[in-house]
Design a protein. Structure first.
Ligand code: XMP
Length: 509
């Protein structure tokens, strides 16, 4: 395995992904980690990530220099390289010119990291400081016009530094450099597969849960579904899933999910229809944040009262993913500054005195999908687009009423059918309809109409942090619009949302 030390780079998750794509397990750790812990993890190699700090800033992050004497290969990237150079006796100075973007890279040592890479290639730079003197035992291995020491190596001690970012797609030979580090330098083997992960995790869950019962909140999304199937394989009927129908799901979703989970996946499910509770509480509510709060609170109450009926439950399972863990960990340990608020049932385990089981906490989203397929989940679940916890309530701008829910569900069903038929369901991150709180004038069969407007939103994204509006073909948009206006009574106008995130958000509320 490989350890990535998180110096706060926006790319540190990307480094971990690149390593895992090579089927080598990789874990991100904060700089505060001590050398004994590192030794006990037995890594084959260590990567020091980049970061926004300058080595000369007060409180700039650093790791115990003893890692350079462990005999384990270390690759420093950008700030990670500067930290290595500075610590081992080299010199880092503020560059006259910041270097940002593409740079032509001339390689002067074709071995080590650069084995099999052409002498002239390009790389992606993003730094203010530069190395101006190397520590003993290091040699220059590559340079750019602005950065005479763009790469360095001490082959005897197996220490390497890259001033540029090999993990981003803008460094075309970066993948090969990382491969060289993993396989030629660290001697890693390709053993990280979803099959072995599933086997280990199922055994771990069995050990952890013993003969106790586990409860899981099933939403129908990929994460909770995969977590449920994994735990079910470990402890079978001792897992009880609670599925709360909040009355805010898409057309026929609740029924379809119920059948899928019960009949196809044989999960032990408690289906709670709490629609009335949710819809009554939402009467007259227009403010988006109030909608969210009301829905969150009722969900917790319903879930808790249902969970209490399961006697002898000691564990609560959640489908928390690796990015959530890194972000909350970074908030305390590492210097990464982005903190995303979770949508999980965060307060529940404490309140109900339950211990947590989070079997997916080492995985990225695409790995969860691969695991789902490995476990035999149908494509319909594995490739589901994300759906927000507050559901259609935040896609009905203004008050949520049964009548308006009906209109939106019908519109959304047409939209999804067309998106699926055209092969765009998997290509876009999310696609959905939004019901607006205004009416507009139209003409239908020679008669004046005064009806609802719906907006169609389809976005491409990697992680929902940023998104762009999907360039759906005009022919497809025309068909969607035509069908909606003809088939859904109460709608006479369809518009397409062409805003990106930022500055827009994916959802309208
Ligand atoms: P925004 O609208 O912030 O959405 O760009 C980013 C992603 O998060 C989903 N989303 C939510 N999910 N509870 C959830 O569980 C929420 O309150 C919520 N709000 C937004 C949204 O669908 C998108 O995937």
């Amino acid at each position: 395995m490989i350890i990535v030390i998180d110096f706060g780079s926006q790319y540190n998750q990307l480094i971990a992904r690149r390593v895992r794509e090579n089927r080598v397990y990789c874990q991100i750790e904060p700089p505060g980690i001590d050398v004994d812990t590192i030794r006990s993890l037995k890594p084959d190699g260590i990567i020091l990530s980049g970061g926004p700090a300058s080595i000369y800033e007060k409180n700039s992050p650093g790791i115990d220099p003893a890692i350079f004497d462990l005999g384990i290969p270390v690759l420093g990237i950008c700030y990670g390289m500067q930290f290595m150079m500075h610590t081992l006796g080299g010199k880092v100075t503020r560059a006259k010119k910041r270097e940002y973007g593409f740079a032509a890279l001339g390689i002067c040592d074709s071995g080590g990291l650069f084995e099999g890479i052409e002498a002239n290639t390009t790389c992606w730079m993003s730094h203010g400081d530069s190395i101006t003197a190397l520590p003993d035992g290091f040699a220059i291995t590559a340079a750019t016009d602005n950065t005479p020491i763009a790469a360095t190596a001490n082959p005897r001690k197996r220490l390497f530094g890259l001033q540029f970012h090999p993990e981003v797609a803008h460094t075309p030979a970066g993948g090969r450099m990382l491969k060289n580090f993993l396989f030629e330098i660290c001697g890693c083997r390709r053993t990280w597969t979803m099959k072995t992960f599933a086997r280990h995790t199922i055994a771990q869950i069995r050990d952890a849960a013993g003969d106790k019962k586990v409860i899981l909140g099933l939403s129908g999304g990929v994460d909770s579904s995969v977590a449920a199937v994994l735990i079910h394989k470990a402890i079978a009927a001792r897992l009880t899933c609670i599925f709360v129908d909040n009355g805010l799901l898409r057309q026929n979703e609740a029924g379809r999910l119920k059948t899928l989970f019960k009949q196809h996946l044989h999960l032990n499910i408690r289906y709670v229809n709490a629609s009335r509770l949710f819809l009554t509480a939402l009467e007259g509510v227009v403010d988006p944040e109030r909608k969210r709060k009301i829905i969150g609170k009722i969900f917790m109450d319903v879930f808790e009262s249902e969970a209490k009926k399961i006697k002898g439950a000691e564990f609560l399972a959640q489908g928390t993913l690796y990015p959530d863990i890194i972000e909350s960990q970074s908030a305390f340990g590492g210097p990464t500054s982005i903190i995303k608020s979770h949508h999980n049932v965060g307060g529940l385990p404490k309140k109900m005195k339950l211990k947590l089981i989070e079997p997916l906490k080492l995985l990225f989203k695409d790995e969860v999908r691969a695991l789902g397929s490995e476990l035999g989940l149908p494509d319909e679940l594995v490739w589901r687009q994300p759906f927000p916890g507050p559901g259609l309530a935040i896609r009905i701008i203004g008050e949520v009423t049964p009548a308006r829910l009906r209109v939106l569900r019908n519109v959304d069903a047409v939209l999804l059918e067309e998106i699926r038929t055209a092969g765009y369901y998997k290509k876009v991150w999310q696609s959905f309809a939004v019901l607006l709180p205004i009416k507009s004038v139209g003409v239908m069969g020679d008669k004046r109409t005064y009806e609802n407007i719906v907006a169609i939103r389809a976005v491409t994204s990697k992680d929902a942090m940023t998104a762009d509006w999907a360039r759906l073909p005009q022919k497809l948009l025309a068909k969607i619009s035509n069908r909606i206006i003809n088939e859904v009574s109460g709608v006479n106008r369809v518009v397409y949302d062409i805003s990106s995130k930022p500055p827009g958000t994916i959802e309208w509320e």
